[in-house]
Each structure stands twice: as C-alpha cells, then as structure tokens.
Design a protein around this ligand. Sequence first.
Ligand SMILES: [Zn+2]
Length: 98
Amino acid sequence: MARAFSPFACPVCRHPLSWSGRCLTCFGAVVTTDRDTWTIPGDRYELEDGHWRLEEKGPRPVCTREQNQQAIAIVGAVYRGELPAEDAEMLLGLVLPA
Ligand SMILES: [Zn+2]
C-alpha cells in the first residue's frame, strides 16, 4: 500500500510533502493566509508498477484563483451531466496548462 506522504520534507516548514510535491501544512508559503504566494515546493512523483517515478521537478506555481474557479465550473458541468468527461479533460488542459 502506498504511503500518503513522500519521504521528502517541505523546504519551508519541514513537514512531509505529498507525492505530488504539495505541502498541506504551509502551501509552500511563509504566510499561509496569502494564497497569492502559495507554491508547490516539491517534485511530483507518480506510482508506476509499484514504484514512485519522478514526473516533474519543483518548485512550481499553483494555479490562479481564476483558473481554479474555471476548473471547478468544468468539473461541475460533468457532475451535472452537461458536459462529457472527454470534453472536460480537453478543457481542463486549456484552463490548467502543465
Ligand atoms: Zn510546508
């Protein structure tokens, strides 16, 4: 069974990072209440054949509030049956560029 947190520590607060590189304690920011300064401080790993493989190096910026709201609207449209999931994946790729 995969562990929820990676063995790596957040460079800001030293709490364990998630395998996606996110810190769920400080959000990669010194002032956690200021969303505009949030980051993804660590590297992103994905599980493949039982092994965690490096997919993307950190640190990376988080999405903007506007991108987040657009993505929530797309997911909501799928949930309500107004948009096919395949179309939503394409739209999410445009709203949330890698
Ligand atoms: Zn942290």
